[in-house]
Design a protein around this ligand. Structure first.
Ligand code: NDP
Ligand code: 2IT
Length: 444
């Protein structure tokens, strides 16, 4: 039994009922095998046993009062996973599906993703089972204030710096920042994704989607392909999806699908992003409304069939495990040449294998969506020096980071005998830096 396999069995036994966390750990540990064969010092120092166990997990009650005067109670949590290379960094997710297993999978992935960015940030993640959908601004504000009233004591600009994810956008970050500042009496860069007029960074809003396209573009160029003239299928219609669509369109692609949790739209003429931004960013409406303005487009109830739409490049940007084995077969059958993960772990392990066997180029989330957190790190730098960089400056830094990530993960894959396997390359390259920092810092 290999060292990695033994640790994986222990993770499954010690963390029952957390399948997403098991899935994320399994993928990383399996791909580390070639590295662990040559780096026996990792086993001697118990690196794997330590890296799979969060440094700290905080679970707390979030009571608030709804518009009807009824008391509501949600559960909040923050998993501070690893601080070997920097303060904990990672988002807060507000979605009814949130439980510890999801936050732990996200937090675990964040360690390696953050390491890949080349910036000094550790891994953490948090969230709540609160559902902002259908809630008034007042309700969202009261929830966010209650959430921060507990969270504030665990975070800080040099300790743990949360940001936004599913269900946490500019509005929620604003309410949480306001409450933190009020309690701490300190205006500091404790959250990223802040509004531009109170310490936010230009490009942070666009960063994950743009970064995804920058990285996939490197992968395409490396394989003598390009976005120009290609048909792109995107799932989701949130922050990541919208700006992935924007950048892909700028590079000459036609984006033909987008979705929300109710269904997807197909617009053969190319999706009109102004309509999507109005629907989603301003009015918080359902994507089904798109066809009212664009009657030649189609709306389909349910999300899974989105991958049956023929495309050259697929960018899953909604949520975990949204692209399964069947979908992978459909994509291959329709001639898809590349998949780039905008969401975290959107492709099931079965689908990843099918895509690999089908020779589809595959950019894994840890690398492909790292532009968001990388730009969060740039926001932290700007907060520290109390200066703001221009859009062009931040965008250029983001582009350079994504190009570097692609180079590092493809070289790592090659060095460890799995050329072209960017899943392995990303896991190995992200892991080495954290593991070596842990070695240097002793048994802590
Ligand atoms: P948003 O909340 O802005 O958008 C999420 C989108 O995905 C919405 O269209 C939502 O539809 C859809 N969605 C959510 N849950 C489901 C589900 N269970 N089934 C189908 N569709 C669903 O989130 P983001 O765009 O910020 O995040 C999307 C993904 O990208 C997540 O996996 C996140 O972890 C990841 N990510 C985000 C980063 C960021 O900077 N924001 C950085 C890196 C990764 P609906 O509105 O109906 O719920
Ligand atoms: O999954 C992610 O990397 C994010 N949602 C962004 C994290 C961050 O802290 O900006």
């Amino acid at each position: 039994m290999s060292y990695a396999y033994e640790v994986l069995q222990e993770v499954i036994a010690r963390n029952p009922g957390e399948p997403e966390f098991h899935q994320a750990v399994k993928e990383v540990l399996e791909t580390l095998e070639p590295l662990l064969k040559v780096r026996k010092d990792y086993q001697r120092a118990g690196i794997l046993e330590r890296i799979v166990e969060p440094e700290r997990q905080i679970i707390f009650r979030v009571p608030w009062v709804d518009d009807q005067g009824k008391v509501q109670v949600n559960r909040g949590c923050r998993v501070e996973f690893n601080s070997a290379i920097g303060a904990y960094k990672g988002v807060l997710r507000f979605h009814p599906s949130v439980y510890l297993g999801i936050i732990k999978f996200l937090g675990f992935e964040q360690i390696f993703k953050n390491s890949l960015t080349g910036t000094p940030i550790g891994g953490g993640k948090g969230g709540s089972d609160f559902n902002p959908k259908g809630r008034s601004d007042g309700e969202v504000m009261r929830f966010c204030q209650s959430f921060m009233t507990e969270l504030y004591r665990h975070i800080g600009p040099d300790t743990d710096v949360p940001a936004g994810d599913i269900g946490v956008g500019g509005r929620e970050i604003g309410y949480m920042f306001g409450q933190y500042k009020r309690i701490k009496n300190a205006f500091e860069g404790v959250l990223t994704g802040k509004g531009l007029i109170y310490g936010g960074s230009l490009v942070r809003k666009e960063a994950t989607g743009y970064g995804l396209v920058y990285l996939v573009n490197e992968m395409l160029i490396d394989n003598k392909r390009s976005f120009d003239g290609s048909t792109v299928s995107i799932s989701g219609s949130g922050n990541v999806a919208i700006y992935a669509a924007e950048k892909a369109t700028q590079l000459g692609a036609k984006v033909v699908t987008m979705s929300d949790s109710n269904g997807y739209i197909y617009d053969a003429d190319g999706i009109n992003l102004d309509t999507i931004k109005l629907l989603k960013e301003v009015n918080r409406e359902r994507i089904s409304e798109y066809i009212i303005k664009h009657p030649s487009a189609e709306y389909h109830q349910g999300c899974s069939a989105i991958w049956s739409v023929p495309c050259d490049i697929a960018l899953p940007c909604a949520t975990q495990n949204e692209l399964d084995g069947e979908s992978a077969k459909l994509l291959i059958g329709n001639g898809c040449i590349a998949v780039g993960e905008g969401a975290n772990m959107p492709t099931t392990p079965e689908a990843v294998n099918i895509l690999k066997e089908g020779k589809v180029l595959f950019a894994p989330a840890k690398a492909a969506n790292a532009g968001g957190v990388a730009t969060s790190a740039l926001e932290m730098s700007q907060n520290s020096i109390r200066l703001s960089w221009s859009f062009e400056e931040v965008d250029q830094k983001l582009k350079d980071i994504m190009v570097d990530i692609y180079k590092n993960i493809s070289e790592a894959a090659k060095e460890y005998g799995c050329e072209g396997d960017l899943v392995a390359g990303a896991n190995i390259a992200g892991f080495i830096k954290v593991a070596d920092a842990m070695l240097a810092q002793g048994i802590v």
